[in-house]
Design a protein around this ligand. Structure first.
Ligand SMILES: Nc1ncnc2c1ncn2[C@@H]1O[C@H](COP(=O)(O)OP(=O)(O)OP(=O)(O)O)[C@@H](O)[C@H]1O
Length: 232
């Protein structure tokens, strides 16, 4: 479902962020992406939906190479949820924000309405259609941000720090919600409890490289390596 081959990326200011990433994720897998601040997790996620394009190497999602020409197609397959929901929500109402993706896909209005309803039900935010997103709590805004992506019915979800800033109950609800979703998931996070609950496979990045890729239970049982990777 996701295939990254020899992926290299430097930001325009020449900061190296990805250095030879090779990664394959099968359909239906839920994979955690771990690593200290600046390891390259967000940069990797931004390559999955064509927000960034590699300097060298290839990104293939669901059989489609991610290029400037395929971005529209790729965006319908890969739902990227940013760490900060305020980077994702920009409309006057929750309903308009969730409708944006299906409209961008060119769906007829009746289908858009149905997608909006289904996505808001999935995240437990039905009835909030007319509310301004900026007046919602952080946990609610995070749910709506996820709904904006679910409304496109993507095969892949790329989630950046989905539990950051949530209270314990909102966090628990989010984990249950993500558990129930069938999508292939890649989740960048510092939340090892979420990883233990949700992702059977853990990938650790450091300095733009993958330094571990193994069963989450194996990694979390190894205090020495957790410490070495800066994951306490
Ligand atoms: N827009 C940018 N311009 C220049 N350098 C950037 C930019 N965004 C990120 N970087 C740099 O790229 C490297 C990888 O950053 P990235 O945000 O991918 O790490 P991360 O693992 O997601 O970190 P965090 O856990 O803090 O979110 C870091 O050195 C970072 O400073």
């Amino acid at each position: 479902m996701i295939e990254l081959t020899q992926l290299w990326y430097r930001y325009p200011d020449h900061t190296p962020a990805l250095r030879g990433i090779n990664l394959t994720v099968a359909a239906g897998e839920k994979v955690a992406l771990l690593g200290v601040n600046g390891a390259g997790k967000s940069t990797l996620l931004l390559h999955l939906n064509g927000t960034l394009h590699p300097e060298r190497g290839t990104v293939v999602v669901n059989g489609t190479p991610v290029t400037k020409q395929t971005v529209r197609q790729v965006r319908a397959m890969v739902g990227l949820v940013f760490q900060n929901p305020d980077d994702q929500l920009f409309s006057a109402t929750v309903g308009d924000d969730v409708a944006f993706g299906p409209q961008y896909m060119g769906l007829p209005p009746a289908d858009v309405t149905q997608r909006v309803h289904q996505a808001l039900v999935a995240v437990g935010m039905q009835g909030f259609e007319q509310r301004p997103p900026h007046r919602l709590s952080l946990g609610q805004r995070k749910r709506v941000a996820l709904a904006t992506v679910l409304a496109m019915q993507p095969a892949i979800l790329a989630l950046d720090e989905p539990s950051a800033g949530l209270d314990p109950r909102a966090r628990r609800e989010l984990i249950e919600l993500l558990h129930a979703l069938p999508q292939t998931m890649i989740i960048a996070t510092h939340d090892l409890d979420l990883v233990a609950d949700l992702a059977p496979r853990a990938i650790v990045m450091a300095d733009g490289q993958i330094v571990a890729d193994e069963a989450t239970t194996t990694l979390l049982a190894d205090q020495h390596r957790l410490y070495e990777f800066g994951l306490r």
